[in-house]
Structures are given as structure tokens and as C-alpha cells.
Design a protein around this ligand. Sequence first.
Ligand code: KIV
Ligand code: NA
Length: 264
Amino acid sequence: TKRITVLTLQNIYREKGKIAALTCYDATFAAVLENAGVDILLVGDSLGNVIQGQASTLPVTLDEMIYHVCCVERGTHSVFILADMPFGTFQVSPQEAFRNAVRLMAAGAQMVKVEGGRHMAETIEFLTCRGIPVCAHIGLIPQSVHQLGGYKIQGKTPDGARQLLEDALLLQKAGAAMLVMELIPAALGEEITRSLSIPTIGIGAGAVCSGQVLVLHDMLGISSGTLPRFVKNFMAGADSIQVAVRNYVKAVKTGEFPAHEHMF
Ligand code: KIV
Ligand code: NA
């Protein structure tokens, strides 16, 4: 089989299907997730928390991201691979962002993800015009945790919501191929999704998104500490990881997940 492309994702979106994404950091899980029908594997900088035991994603380096992209790429042959640009590798200039994105693409990523609102528009346009598809990421952006003052829901005030909608429109205009929305009210996730013509992938952003993503270890119920409300443990009631992931894919595709208790 050939690897699915950005066109496959656009087709799912155009036909009003839902995109099922999960984070993934290694070859073995990557193969399991691919076989279970996951559309996108996000090699997220959440690997700082999940794999490295860090308190935040800030310490994750580009070399570490490249290592994990290579692992996921080797374990798969058809799934779409999205890779996070880690903190500090894309904020300084569009040129530097391009140079660093090239290394993730060379490792096997098919699209890179950058956190941030309208200030990332110039960088997204620079990369997109030069052949690198970009996924934007707004709402709770974990690389800015020290500025946000914690992992709090974003866009709760009318002004905050309006700014996030404007960000989404500006990033789409800049050429973003996809948009991750993290930890925002369900009503805002719906408004942004309906306002855009690119797929939105929600995590704690309600049900009316073009797709959903969760951190793999969270949905398998093996993360330590208290989990955010938007997480569902798919191992509960499943007798294997394969079944849990299949149930996740099914729940996303049918719109069963997220349910009301996973929204804000
Ligand atoms: O790194 C990550 O896991 C992410 C998702 C939470 C969207 O960016
Ligand atoms: Na991330």
C-alpha cells in the first residue's frame, strides 16, 4: 500500500467523514495504530511528558523529534505522519523554521505542526510556499504554558473567542493545511470548524471538529497524574490495545467521541 497523503485527508474532510488521529512515538505502537485504522499519527512533542518524564514540552529538542519520527516511519507504510516542531525551532524566523522543518520532513514527516496564532502566519506562508504543508495549533498551546499560567481552557471570554476565530482565519489564509484546536469551549470549536475550509482536529474542543486527536498513553489509561476531562480511557472495556484503538477510531468516525462529559 502507498502512504496516504494530504489529499486523502482532504477527501475525508470534503466527504464529511471524521479524521481519527493519535499521538505516536515508536515503531511498534505505530504499526498497531496503522492496522487499527488511525488516519494520522502525530509525533507530538508531548513525548517530552510521555516518553521523557518532563514536566512540560519545552525541553524537547529537534534531534529527539527526528529520532521519534524515524521510529514511527519505520513501523508504518500507509498512515499519514504529522510531526511537531519543538519549542524554539520555528519562532525565531521563517527561514530558521524552514531549515528545521526540512529535517523533520527528511525523517519521514508529511506535514509539520507549529503552535501559535496570527503571529505564525508569516512562517506558515513561508513554509507552505516552499513545499512544506503546515498544521497550525491554537487554543491551549503547551509550549506557551509559562505565558498562559497553566494548562487552562482558552477562548472562554467573548474577546478571547473572537481572537481565536480570527487567528484560525488568518492561519488558513496563510496556507495552513489543517488546524489543531486544543482545550477551547465546544461552541467555539464548532464556530471555527464551520468558518474554515480546512480540516480542524480537536482535543478538548468539542464534537463539531473535522477530526479528533488524543495522546496515546492518555487514551490507553496509562498516563500518570490526573487526566484532563476531555480524555477517555478506551482500554476500559477493551481486552487489548488493538481493540481499544479500533474502538477509538470507530467512536471518532461515528461521532460518538467526544461525548458531553468530554467537552467544555
Ligand atoms: O504533542 C501533542 O501531543 C500535541 C497534541 C496534544 C495535539 O500537540
Ligand atoms: Na504538541
